[in-house]
Structure formats: structure tokens, C-alpha cells
Design a binder for this molecule. Structure first.
Ligand code: G3I
Length: 376
């Protein structure tokens, strides 16, 4: 049961670093994750929001200490950046970019083309005609890529294009055919919308790293296996047509109710690398079963085991960058999003720091995976 903020009062006065050190699990160097990662050529980062960076000094301190890279949780999405056609609002993103510049943290862009986080005006516009869809996409890219070109050198150009197979959490609506998920962009431009977006980004910024980002490809399950097959088919098709693409983001929203096979996942990462693409883990967090099993110690140990085997398999497969989707359970989307949240009074223990901002066994698991060490 997370303490109320009132009960946390005395704790809140202690500097985060001191409290974190007092809880640093044994057998892991007491250094920030970013330093541990960099010591072996990896990058560790996390998702942030401009509001938390501005209003929660403990959050900002943790990110400044632990992360070597940040990604906006929603400030770089279509609905925030262009709420009305032709009216751009970069203020939230600019505030985040200023913070990141001050702390010398590179920023990933997330996400230019997605079926979600679209303002109401986009779907009718892009489904009106292919020409209108292309014009909407290109106008967005013109403004956003020019505005961010000095600060963001890596974008999730297309987010979650692959259709969820039967058996997935969110299976495709009946009647959807093919490998691609239903989306206004698919309806407006056809299956080539992915290539169109990637080409449009490359035309506007030759040195931008273009990333295609997706989820649901991590588990040892029939639906994840089918989604891996669909993603690989798309990647091979893009390569065969010389469509520009530099990297694949595997989100890594792990679920403890799903089986995981390090060998299967490592082979999948290797298959992507064999196409000449970089691989990033872009949104790692862990959703526990509902209700969770055991006390905090047991829950944290189970999460840590899964995180260690997942991250180790990713790195063995060739991934060099890993971001968690947040840094503390207290501010996780897993706690805010009612469709996945636990019962009131409990939170998923799926990030490196707990509600009270203490390092958890997951933090140690990531540290040891970065160091190439066993779970220990
Ligand atoms: O900031 C506004 C606030 O002013 C307003 O009062 C409030 C009213 O609902 O909305 C606030 O914006 C919300 C935003 O999160 C900030 O909390 C949006 O409604 C809400 O839709 C948005 O949710 C984000 C979601 O993506 C959709 O963009 C989550 O924070 C974010 O964690 C989630 O992240 C996604 C990745 O982009 C893709 N992979 C899955 C991941 C988890 O769903």
C-alpha cells in the first residue's frame, strides 16, 4: 500500500540520492544506470513528461541522475503538436527540450504517424483522399521536423503499424485483413502509408534516424509469434523496396501473465539486426497479474527475473539502447490507465523505482543485464 504523500512527508525531505543509495540492492555498483550502461557501450533512458519535470523535483532529480536519454511520453504526439489543422502547439515539447538541453540529455521523438493520439480533425481529413492524406502528413512533418531538427535526431516515424493477431490483448476488429493494423493512415493511403511516412521523413532530414516502433512481439505465445512474423514481413518488404529505415523499436511492455523465452526473443532481435537495422527497447515496463501474487519482495523478485532475462536476451541479440516507460511506479501510465491499473491502493511494480522512490530489484536486474552479469 503506497504511503500517502502526507505520510511520506519526512521521507520527501531526504535527498533522493541518499534514499536511493540506502536502498541500493546488493551486488550492483552504486552508480547511475546511465553510467553502468555506458561502461559497456549501452544507453539507458526513460520516458518523461514536461509536467513532471516541472512540478515534481524528485522525478526530475531521478531522471537527471539515472537516464542518459529521454523520450516525451506524449508531448511529441500528433494530438499535442497539431490540435487543429495548421495550428501547432510545441510549448509542452519545447519545455521538455529545454530541460533536456540543460541536463545534456538527447531526446527521442515519439511518434509522428500513429493510429492513436490523433486530434478529431485528422481521421476525416486523411480518409477523404490519398492526396489529402499525403498533404496532412507532409504538412505535419514539415513543421515538426524543422522545429525539432536541432534537438531530436531519432524519431518513431511510424508507431504500432502491425495488426494484432487473434489472441492478443487488443485483437483487430473483424474484417481487418493483412499484416497492418486499422488506422486512418491505412484507410487514407493504403498499405504503402508506412513507406510514404518513412520516405517523407528522410526527404526532410537526411541524417535523422528513422525508427519503426511496435509492441506485442516479446512473449512466447502464438499471438506474439504471429506478430513477429508480420513485423518481419513488413521490414523485409521495406528493405526490398529500398524504403529508408534505420531502426526498429521494440516497446517492451512486458506482462507477467505471459510466458517469455529468452532464446525466441534473442533470435527475433537477431533477425531484425540481420536486415541491417538497429534495435532499441523503447518503452520497457512490467504489468503484473491482477491481483498480484505475494508481498512486495516476492513481486519485485519476479519482475526483476523477467526484466533481467528480457534485457539480457535483447542485448545478446544486438540491442544497444533500452528505455523504460517512466522511472518510478508512482507516475507510471500503468497506474493512471484504468484499463490496466491494479485495485485502488496498489500499483504495478514495473519500473526501476518504487512509489517511495527507492531502487527496486528491477533496477539491479537492469544494472546486471547492462554489465552482462547473471541475474545473481
Ligand atoms: O495533458 C492532458 C491534460 O491537460 C488533460 O486535462 C487530460 C484530460 O484527459 O489529458 C492530458 O493528456 C493525456 C496525456 O496522456 C498526459 O497524461 C492524454 O489525455 C492521454 O491520452 C495521454 O495518454 C498517453 C497515451 O500513450 C496516449 O498518448 C499516456 O500518457 C502514455 O503513457 C501512452 O504511451 C503509449 C505510447 O505512446 C505507445 N506505446 C504504449 C504506451 C502506453 O499506452
Amino acid at each position: 500500500m503506497p504511503l500517502s504523500r502526507r505520510a511520506l512527508g519526512p521521507l520527501l525531505l531526504a535527498p533522493v540520492t541518499a534514499r536511493a543509495q540506502s536502498f541500493t540492492p546488493a551486488s550492483a555498483p552504486n552508480q547511475p544506470l546511465t553510467q553502468i550502461a555506458q561502461s559497456r557501450g549501452f544507453t539507458y533512458g526513460c520516458a518523461v513528461t514536461a509536467r513532471l519535470l516541472a512540478d515534481e523535483p524528485e522525478f526530475a532529480a531521478l531522471v537527471a541522475q539515472e537516464a542518459g536519454l529521454v523520450v516525451p511520453e506524449y508531448e511529441a504526439k500528433f494530438d499535442t503538436l497539431q490540435p487543429e489543422q495548421g495550428r501547432f502547439d510545441t510549448a509542452p515539447l519545447d519545455a521538455l527540450l529545454r530541460w533536456a538541453e540543460h541536463f545534456r540529455k538527447p531526446v527521442r521523438g515519439h511518434a509522428l504517424v500513429w493510429h492513436n493520439a490523433l486530434p478529431a480533425w485528422v481521421a476525416p481529413a486523411v480518409t477523404e483522399s490519398p492526396a489529402r492524406a499525403q498533404a496532412v502528413m507532409e504538412a505535419h512533418f514539415d513543421h515538426v521536423l524543422a522545429h525539432t531538427s536541432a534537438r531530436i535526431r531519432d524519431w518513431d516515424v511510424v508507431n504500432e503499424p502491425i495488426a494484432n493477431p487473434p489472441g492478443s490483448d487488443v485483437p483487430e476488429p473483424a474484417g481487418n485483413s493483412g499484416d497492418l493494423r486499422d488506422s486512418p493512415w491505412l484507410r487514407g493511403l493504403g498499405p504503402d502509408y508506412v513507406a510514404t511516412a518513412l520516405r517523407a521523413a528522410r526527404q526532410r532530414d537526411r541524417t535523422l534516424r528513422l525508427t519503426l516502433n511496435d509492441y506485442g512481439v516479446e512473449a512466447d505465445s502464438p499471438s506474439a509469434e504471429e506478430k513477429r512474423r508480420r513485423l518481419l514481413r513488413l521490414l523485409r518488404s521495406l528493405r526490398d523496396r529500398n524504403v529508408p529505415l534505420d531502426a526498429v523499436g521494440i516497446q517492451g511492455h512486458l506482462q507477467m501473465r505471459e510466458a517469455f523465452s529468452p532464446a525466441i526473443f534473442r533470435a527475433f532481435v537477431q533477425d531484425i539486426r540481420a536486415l541491417g537495422l538497429q534495435v532499441l527497447i523503447t518503452e520497457l515496463d512490467v504489468r503484473e497479474v491482477r491481483p498480484p501474487v505475494g508481498d512486495f519482495v516476492a513481486r519485485d523478485a519476479a519482475v526483476a527475473r523477467r526484466v533481467h532475462e528480457f534485457a539480457s536476451a535483447a542485448f545478446e541479440g544486438g540491442a544497444r539502447t533500452l528505455l523504460t516507460w517512466g522511472i518510478s511506479d508512482r507516475w507510471s501510465w500503468l497506474h493512471r490507465e484504468q484499463t490496466v491499473a491494479l485495485d485502488p491502493g496498489d500499483v504495478h511494480r514495473g519500473l526501476p523505482y518504487d512509489w517511495e522512490l527507492n531502487r527496486k530489484q528491477m533496477w539491479r536486474a537492469l544494472a546486471r543485464a547492462f554489465l552482462g552479469q547473471s541475474a545473481g
